[in-house]
Design a protein around this ligand. Structure first.
Ligand code: NCD
Length: 318
């Protein structure tokens, strides 16, 4: 694997390879000494042009657990605020010896530009670009769903027969887009639930069913219910009447939580708006996988960095 830019073009084999390596990584994280020597001497740069808490820390933890050196770069307080271009920033990092660049950027397509520009030779991992994609989030979500269903027996399995319902601000969500493609590739059935104003225009080309009533979607007994954050920072207009109205109609409150069938899980990529798209009862319930998702994120990102960086062999066969 040379880069990880999206899940839309990620093959089933590559996706399963990442998930299976992530299983191995997760096993090593149960040990008292969590650090592996695998990427000693490699340098991973976290290039974050947009705010992030868990994704940046997760990539940093993943790289450090593999013994790579990590350079954290955030656009705030850097020369980017003086107008330095992506090209100049990237080339500076390259000159410092980056082997992999993990990039989060407000512009959809920035990671692909970086990977295909010829500016750098480092492998590129998309850590979220605009409203386009967030592939490692979808991979950690798939890992979490698979693990809850198959436990220690997860390796090699896809998600066929599983039903995943994604609820909320789909329009602004790169998490939703990456999940739709990956879940479909792995054989899951995907339903989207959102107010009509928060459904993207191009959705007719997506392999999903769209439902506008959350109670109907819950009555259909999904295996996983994934709540999305309302991304107020990406909204330049009123997409719903009031926050109260939103949480009443599309929020996961205690009543809806209890209407879910016994085995189904509640997911959220974080950060959560408690009381808006998800109630405290739901977020803190035994069905919630929110913290498992965070833990699994480290294993999945270890797997991605490993596949990108461990040996030239991996580089050539993808
Ligand atoms: C998401 C993101 O930044 O796309 N968060 C994350 O990476 N865990 C989702 C969000 O911001 O709502």
């Amino acid at each position: 694997m040379r880069n990880l830019l999206d899940t839309q073009t990620l093959s089933r084999d590559d996706a399963l390879r990442i998930l299976d390596v992530a299983e191995d990584m997760a096993d090593t994280q149960q040990r008292e000494v969590k650090k592996l020597p695998t990427l000693r001497g490699k340098t991973v740069v976290n290039l974050f042009f947009e705010d992030s808490t868990r994704t940046r820390i997760s990539f940093e933890a993943a790289a450090k657990r593999l013994s790579a050196d990590v350079i954290n770069f955030s656009a705030k307080g850097s020369s980017v605020s003086k107008g330095e271009s992506l090209q100049d920033t990237a080339q500076t990092l390259q000159a410092m010896g980056a082997d992999a660049v993990v990039i989060r950027h407000g512009a959809s397509g920035a990671p692909r530009t970086l990977a295909t520009s010829g500016w750098i030779t480092a492998g590129v991992v998309n850590a979220g670009d605009g409203t386009h994609e967030h592939p490692t989030q979808a991979l950690l979500d798939a890992f979490t769903i698979r693990k809850r269903r198959h436990g220690a027996d997860s390796r090699g399995r896809d998600l066929s027969g599983m039903r995943v319902t994604i609820v909320g601000d789909v329009l602004h969500s790169r998490v939703a887009r990456s999940n739709v493609w990956l879940l479909h590739t792995l054989g899951a059935e995907v339903t989207l639930v959102a107010p009509p104003t928060l459904v993207p225009h191009d959705v007719t080309a997506w392999p999903v069913e769209i439902v506008y009533d959350l109670d109907d979607a819950i009555a259909a007994a999904p295996d996983a219910l994934m709540m999305l954050r309302i991304q107020l920072e990406r909204m330049n207009a009123a997409y719903f009447p009031t926050e109260r109205e939103y949480s009443r109609t599309w929020g996961l409150d205690a009543g809806r939580l209890h209407a879910l069938p016994p085995g189904s899980i509640v997911m959220h990529p974080g950060p959560m708006n408690r009381g808006l798209e998800i109630s405290a009862e739901a977020a803190d319930s035994a069905r919630s996988t929110v913290l498992d998702q965070v833990t699994n994120g480290v294993s999945v990102r270890m797997a991605v960095l490993y596949l990108l960086l461990a040996g030239e062999q991996n580089r050539e066969d993808a």
